[in-house]
Write a protein that binds this ligand. Structure first.
Ligand SMILES: NC(=O)c1ccc[n+]([C@@H]2O[C@H](COP(=O)([O-])OP(=O)(O)OC[C@H]3O[C@@H](n4cnc5c(N)ncnc54)[C@H](O)[C@@H]3O)[C@@H](O)[C@H]2O)c1
Length: 336
């Protein structure tokens, strides 16, 4: 049994990761400022008694004194805390850069100097404008052209994180660090507020509001079921694939317009689809990626497993969740 610290452990991926680590007998400590994540997210996976056994430190990742104590007191760290989601990123870009980059520097330095293994989350956004049909870990990360748009700065923060932890590994051959690039990881608890498409569409469908598609809706995406993502992640750690970078993502593609239509159908909603210029919504700070599909060959070769939950099952699971009207319990909207 290990004592494992998970920063951002109350978020979409974190709540699922925390639960699986707890259920497999580990002592789990969450470090989360509850800016986006909340305790309800754990209730999807664990009962009250189990949740009580998990220590939760409600502090900011930039609060160096507290994160230093938390890291010194654990055996390994999964670093997930970050500012993400289009609205969250473009509404507070300088804070996003601090949380994502400075926060990761702090966590990585502390783990490195104490010899604690670290798994850190990058993003599929690092592939930027790479137009390959599927992108592999060895492909170009390409945030080119005019990068004076808030959403690129999120990608840049994650590229900076990767560069930083890679530099630590170069200097310290003993450092046990793993970089993971998630591709649209979803779970019904995901926040609709900050712009993620699944919860945004489902919530609109259930409230009878228009499903706002950005642009013409032809952009293509794949989605990854959080429990699949976490299963792959845990196996990578179990097999000790330190000092590597992995894509983890589903490979079943869909256009955003087709996704909107499917969600309207399954929820039996009277909502319409509307087309919106995201640059108007996000004051020119938006960037569109026409297509983003992971190449997961390296993942499959390493652990013999890739995320496999079919898109229709994910849609089904979201629908069941939204039918419980849990979406009515809203997040604090005051900041937006
Ligand atoms: N979900 C995805 O599709 C996706 C895609 C690419 C990368 N990622 C990366 O994976 C990680 C987890 O993503 P997620 O989807 O679970 O995000 P999330 O927003 O659901 O969870 C992030 C958690 O971090 C917490 N947090 C935010 N800022 C913090 C701060 N300053 N101090 C302490 N806690 C803070 C939030 O309260 C939240 O619980 C992030 O690093 C993210 O950038 C996720």
């Amino acid at each position: 049994m290990l004592k494992i610290l998970i920063t951002g452990g109350l978020g979409t991926i974190g709540s699922c990761l925390v639960s699986k680590l707890f259920l497999s007998g580990n002592e789990v400590v969450i470090y989360d400022n509850m800016e986006i994540g909340n305790l309800n997210n754990l209730q999807i996976y664990l009962n009250e008694e189990q949740i009580k056994k998990i220590k939760i430190i409600r502090k900011d990742i930039l609060d160096k004194e507290y994160i230093a104590i938390a890291i010194s007191d654990c055996d390994m760290v999964y670093h997930l805390a970050a500012t993400l989601g289009t609205l969250n990123v473009v509404s507070q870009p300088s804070r996003m850069l601090n949380v994502n980059s400075l926060g990761t520097h702090i966590v990585a330095d502390l783990c490195n100097s104490a010899g604690k293994p670290l798994v850190t989350m990058s993003s599929s956004m690092v592939y930027g404008k790479n137009i390959k049909k599927t992108v592999a870990e060895t492909d170009d990360i390409f945030v080119g052209g005019n990068v004076n748009a808030g959403l690129w700065w999120y990608a840049i923060s994650k590229i900076a994180d990767e560069a930083y932890v890679n530099s630590l590994m170069l200097e310290n051959p003993e450092a046990k660090i793993m970089i993971v690039r998630p591709f649209n990881v979803i779970a019904p608890v995901q926040s609709h507020i900050v712009g993620f498409v699944f919860p945004r569409f489902f919530r609109a469908a259930y409230l009878g509001e228009p499903l706002k598609v950005y642009g013409d809706g032809t952009q293509r995406r794949t989605f990854t079921w959080a429990p699949d993502f976490v299963d792959c992640l845990l196996l990578l750690v179990k097999k000790q694939f330190w000092r590597n970078t992995f894509n983890i993502g589903g490979t079943e593609e869909i256009s955003i317009l087709d996704l909107a239509k499917k969600i309207i159908k399954i929820s039996d909603s009277k909502s319409a689809v509307t087309f919106t210029d995201p640059q108007d919504l996000f004051k020119g700070q938006f960037v569109e990626i026409p297509q983003r599909v992971p190449n997961v060959d390296f993942l499959e070769k390493s652990i013999g497993m890739v995320p496999k939950t079919p898109l229709n099952s994910m849609i089904d699971n979201f629908d069941k969740f939204y039918k419980t009207k849990i979406y009515e319990k809203d997040f604090d909207l005051s900041r937006f």
